[in-house]
Design a binder for this molecule. Structure first.
Ligand code: URA
Length: 226
């Protein structure tokens, strides 16, 4: 039963990933980068959601493989998670940046862009059916709660959430019929910082403190799932 569910989910996720490649629902596609879809275990009980792929993620075509991804991997390991056990995604699928010479400077997506793009993420939630979603930073919180909430205010509390109306499947999506037949979802949400917040700290002591706090949040997730 579980094997046939994950096989079907895998096919639907692959089809959705293909569809995001040509997504023009908001203007970020005009930056010219490729869309990066979520990846990980289709049986994952924990889904991690970041903001958007960064420069290295866009080049590699995989989420969280750059500097923030390395911090994430270290923290996951410290909390007793194997990256292969979890599903990792982003609330926005294209890299929004401003070209500056040879560099591509990260631009934060607007609330409007998040509200448009989050539809893809909700289909991933529908298909993977995690028990717990860990929102990494304010953009992920916006996409998952449907409103902007300061990370500091919601951090650490396990909240119950379900699929929003915004996750409804419109007929224009080729996967519509298949997705409509999938189960709805209800699960838990835990809010934490984005790993790049750790990288932005000015000194080693602050970086260490923030990283320990991030690991504690992941341990909290692990306890909840035990
Ligand atoms: N930051 C994110 O939010 N997601 C990634 O995939 C990489 C960096």
């Amino acid at each position: 039963m579980e094997a046939s569910r994950t096989a079907k989910a895998g096919k639907s996720l692959a089809a959705l990933a293909k569809e995001t490649a040509t997504c023009k629902r908001c203007d970020i596609w005009k930056c010219g980068g490729r869309a990066v879809f979520g990846e990980g275990a289709l049986t994952a009980s924990l889904m991690l959601v970041g903001e958007q792929p960064g420069d290295q993620e866009e080049r590699a075509g995989h989420p969280f493989v750059g500097p923030a991804g390395r911090i994430l991997d270290e923290a996951l390991e410290a909390a007793g998670f194997d990256r292969d056990m979890v599903y990792v995604s982003n609330v926005v699928k294209h890299f929004k940046f401003e070209p500056r010479g040879k560099r591509r400077l990260h631009q934060r997506p607007t609330a409007g862009e998040i509200d448009i793009c989050k539809w893809w993420l909700w289909q991933e939630v529908r298909l993977v059916q995690p028990r717990l979603i860990l929102a990494l930073g304010a953009s992920a919180v916006r996409g998952l709660l449907g409103r902007s909430v300061a990370v500091g205010k919601s951090r650490g509390q396990i909240m119950t959430i379900g699929m929003p109306d915004a996750a409804a499947v419109p007929d224009t999506i080729p996967q519509a019929d298949k997705l409509r037949r999938e189960r709805d979802w209800q699960g838990a949400l835990l809010v934490s910082i984005h790993p790049s917040f750790i990288l932005r700290q000015r000194d080693d002591a602050s970086r260490h403190r923030e990283k320990q706090g991030f690991i504690s949040d992941l341990k909290h997730a692990r306890k909840y799932l035990a």
